[in-house]
Ligand binder design. Structure first.
Ligand code: ATP
Length: 133
């Protein structure tokens, strides 16, 4: 059996990653999914979160939001609405987005604001991923 997985991460704008990995961790809507070569095929919905993968001695990280992951035995394809590699994340922009979302949530009070909640999740994930760079 192959000991690596081909990983492709695609957004509507671009091919973000085309790499080989020994292990991939995916933020599924129902929880984190760890994928090793030979994993049973499945399709899962993505949440907002971090994708990390091990390639040789390196662990690479990305922030992703929404979409789908298709897992095959030797290939994983991620179709995400947005995806940024850790080194591509603009920290000041994410901090500003986080602050805006927090202010919106404060204004909304107990009725909530799902859009601001999602924006907060994206900004917080971007900051977490960038901090691990
Ligand atoms: P903002 O309010 O700063 O635009 P957002 O969460 O609303 O943040 P998205 O709609 O998720 O932004 O993304 C729009 C585009 O901008 C996508 O291509 C995404 O990859 C990119 N993007 C968003 N925030 C950042 C960031 N902090 N660093 C780099 N790229 C970003």
């Amino acid at each position: 059996m192959a000991d690596t997985i081909q990983l492709e991460i695609v957004t509507p704008d671009r091919l973000v990653v085309n790499d080989t990995a020994e292990y991939i961790e995916i933020p599924g809507k129902t929880g984190h999914l760890g994928v090793l070569p030979g994993h049973a095929p499945l399709i899962t919905e993505l949440a907002v979160g971090e994708i990390s993968y091990r390639t040789g001695s390196q662990t690479k990280r990305l922030s992703v939001a929404w979409g789908f992951a298709e897992v095959l035995q030797t290939k994983v394809t991620i179709l995400a609405e947005t995806a940024e590699k850790a080194e591509e994340i603009d920290v000041a922009r994410a901090q500003a987005a986080k602050q805006r979302a927090e202010e919106e949530l404060k204004k909304a009070g107990p009725t909530g604001n799902p859009e601001a909640q999602d924006a907060l999740a994206r900004a917080s994930t971007r900051l977490e991923v960038a901090a691990k760079k």
